[in-house]
Structures are given as structure tokens and as C-alpha cells.
Design a protein around this ligand. Structure first.
Ligand SMILES: Cc1cc2nc3c(=O)[nH]c(=O)nc-3n(C[C@H](O)[C@H](O)[C@H](O)COP(=O)(O)O)c2cc1C
Length: 355
């Protein structure tokens, strides 16, 4: 089968989740024997349809624009048996680049009105390839793809052979905790490609694997997400630079500090460590909290522990500077900007325990 796989994400390969999902789908399709060509629409010049209907009247089947759609893409589209439309979800729809491509397929149909079932349609000029809609989104709820799915079904009708939707796509590759889940999602996407070519459909079980939930707790996810955006704004960096620089979402309260400590906790490094770490914060965010570490798990509590193994007293913002790598903890300790009492070894192991 001859497949044209269109990727309309404007983001480069190392950042685009559309491209990540599409490349795995294509791997499966190719393994199953399909001949697939991937086109990154961001590299192409595609003018928007100007609505002149020249392609319906003056030059039937040929668009007036002289761009990459005319020069190469329209012919590739006509030659394909199956087209994968892979787009990031923008404002609950395909993005403008993909929409421009789809609008420019107008020469595929003729201007007349003919009945089909209970509606009128335009007759085709050239055979139209089957369609697969693939989209990825930032939000985690499946329903966000509802409007796109309704549109795709209406637009492609019986030619639509599969819809592949990945909510919470930005979570893929975002944390070491989700590594195994990410591998399962991508393996299911490869499997979807294989099934598509072998059977013309994707099984419910495989689609379920593609959209496996990536966060168990939306409250935690949104708190960490908000801290990440706040940090981007404070540092004046985009999410791409945030990731490249290995920045850490900066807690803005004792509650969010406790959450970040739990996320950063490295159970493997903790091993059989048994400890209780007390924090007493001063300054703008005054308050106390402590962490019990036992059996490779961490439990955070507000308030004072009865017998902490170590007690750290520090101005809240100063400790957040240390936590986010903006300040040197050892240097500040020597300068007595914060104090530590109790098991000093624990402090030495902080980078391991909360790497
Ligand atoms: C302009 C714009 C609009 C977006 N609209 C939505 C949206 O409606 N719903 C959603 O869940 N995510 C939305 N997102 C998030 C993207 O779908 C998400 O970041 C996705 O991973 C982008 O795909 P890419 O990584 O292939 O570029 C939007 C992002 C941008 C830049």
C-alpha cells in the first residue's frame, strides 16, 4: 500500500509529539509492508485557498497557486492510497498548516451537487485516498478530541479508516517516572501501524494502549505544570529552553515544595534509608514541614516531627534557589545562610536522594 504521512507540527523533531507518534505509526506500517513517505509540512510552502474556484472552472483540477502544493504535494496526494493526517490539536482542531493542506485538495472534487445518502455532496474528480486522522494534545481528557473526531467523520465519511488520538502528549518523555508507560504507548502506536496495513483497521485494545492515561492525578499534574510555566515566565525562557537547560519547576509554597520533593525522591538511591528530615522555613513563606523516608518511600507532612534525624532551618526563597540549582548549597552553608542540625550525612546525600 502506498501511504502519504503528513506531519503538520511546526515544532522540530526533538520537540514534536505529533512527529514522535507519527514516526512510530509509520514504523509499524513499514514493518507490515507499506510504502510510506513522510512529508513535514513545516518545510513546505502551502498558500491558503483563495476561494477563486479557478480549479473548478478555468483550469479544471489545477489550482491557481504556484507553490509546493502545486509543484509536488498534490501529485503525491493523488498517488497515495492512504493519507495519514498527523496534526497537533490547536484550539480543539487540526492546526492551520494542516487545514491549509486539506483546503488545497479542492481540485480533487467537482463543483456539482449530487445526492449521497441523505445529503448533497460534490462528485469526485480523481479517486480520493483513504484517511487516518492522528492528533496529539496537551490536555489529558479524551473528550478534547470530540470536535475534531466529529469533523473528520463528516469530512472523510467512509474513507476514514482510523482515528488515533493521544491526550496528555506533552507528558511523554517528560519524566523518568513515566519511562515504562511511554514505552508502552509508543509500542502500541507501532502496533497500530502494523494492524492498519495488515487488516485495514486498528483494534480497540491497541487504541486503548495508544491513549493509556499518562497521569494518575490531574491535581498534581496541574500544580507541577503551573510551577513549570511560572518558572518559564520568571526566567524568560520557553519550555524548550527550560528543558534544554535542565531547569526545575520552582515551588512557590510549602505545599508545592512538599510535592516537588516527593516527585524528586529517588527510591532506588534511598534503598533502606530510614530518616526523618525536618524543614523550618523563615522569610516570606514561614512554616514547618517534614519528610519520613522508609522502605524506599517518602511521606511529607506539615508541622514538626517528634524526633527528626536532621533539621534544616532556612529562608524559604533561599532554599528554593538551592533546590532549583540557582544557588550553591555548600557555599551558602559555609556562609551560614542556613543551618543544619542532626545527621549531617543526610545533607551530603541530598543530591542522590532528590536528584
Ligand atoms: C496554538 C496552540 C493551540 C493549542 N490548543 C490546544 C487545545 O485546544 N487543546 C489541547 O489539549 N492542547 C492544545 N495545545 C497544546 C498542543 O496540542 C500540544 O502542545 C502538542 O503536543 C503539540 O504538538 P507537537 O508537539 O507535535 O507540536 C495547543 C498548542 C498551541 C501552540
Amino acid at each position: 500500500m502506498k501511504v502519504l504521512a503528513l506531519n503538520s507540527s511546526p515544532r522540530a523533531q526533538d520537540q514534536s509529539k505529533t512527529e514522535l507518534m507519527l514516526s512510530h505509526l509509520v514504523r509499524g506500517m513499514t514493518e507490515a509492508g507499506a510504502q510510506v513517505e513522510i512529508v513535514h509540512l513545516r518545510e513546505k510552502k502551502i498558500n491558503v485557498c483563495c476561494g477563486c474556484f479557478t480549479c473548478w472552472t478555468k483550469t479544471p483540477g489545477v489550482c491557481i497557486h504556484k507553490d509546493d502544493m502545486r509543484a509536488e504535494l498534490f501529485d503525491k496526494y493523488r498517488a497515495a492510497e492512504l493519507v495519514v493526517y498527523a496534526s497537533p490539536l490547536y484550539h480543539y482542531m487540526v492546526n492551520a498548516t494542516m487545514k491549509a493542506f486539506i483546503e488545497r485538495t479542492l481540485p480533487m472534487i467537482q463543483p456539482f451537487f449530487v445526492p449521497e445518502g441523505d445529503r448533497l455532496v460534490h462528485p469526485v474528480r480523481y479517486p480520493i485516498p483513504k484517511a487516518v486522522m492522528l492528533s496529539v494534545a496537551g490536555f489529558h481528557e479524551e473528550e478534547i478530541f470530540g470536535p475534531l473526531s466529529t469533523w473528520a467523520k463528516y469530512l472523510f465519511g467512509e474513507r476514514l479508516v482510523a482515528e488515533i488520538y493521544r491526550p496528555g502528549a506533552e507528558s511523554i518523555g517528560a519524566s523518568r517516572h513515566g519511562r515504562h508507560r511511554d514505552e508502552r504507548i509508543l509500542a502500541a502506536t507501532v502496533q497500530a501501524g502494523r494492524e492498519l496495513i495488515a487488516t485495514g483497521r486498528i483494534s480497540v485494545a491497541t487504541l486503548q494502549g495508544v491513549k493509556e492515561q499518562s497521569v494518575k492525578d490531574l491535581k498534581t499534574w496541574s500544580t507541577v505544570g503551573n510551577l513549570m510555566w511560572q518558572t518559564c515566565i520568571a526566567e524568560g525562557v520557553t519550555p524548550k529552553i527550560f528543558k534544554e537547560r535542565g531547569l526545575v519547576p520552582r515551588p512557590d509554597s510549602i505545599d508545592s515544595f512538599m510535592l516537588m520533593m516527593a516527585i524528586a525522591f529517588n527510591a532506588k538511591a534511598a534503598g533502606d534509608t530510614q530518616a526523618c528530615i525536618q524543614f523550618a522555613f523563615t522569610g516570606e513563606k514561614t512554616g514547618e514541614c517534614y519528610f519520613d523516608i522508609a522502605n524506599g518511600a517518602i511521606q511529607g507532612h506539615l508541622g514538626c516531627a517528634e524526633h527528626p534525624s536532621m533539621r534544616i532551618e532556612a529562608p524559604f526563597e533561599l532554599w528554593m534557589d538551592i533546590l532549583t540549582g540557582k544557588a550553591d548549597g555548600q557555599k551558602l552553608f559555609m556562609e551560614q545562610k542556613y543551618t543544619v542540625t542532626g545527621d549531617f550525612d543526610l545533607l551530603m546525600r541530598f543530591d542522590q536522594l532528590f536528584g
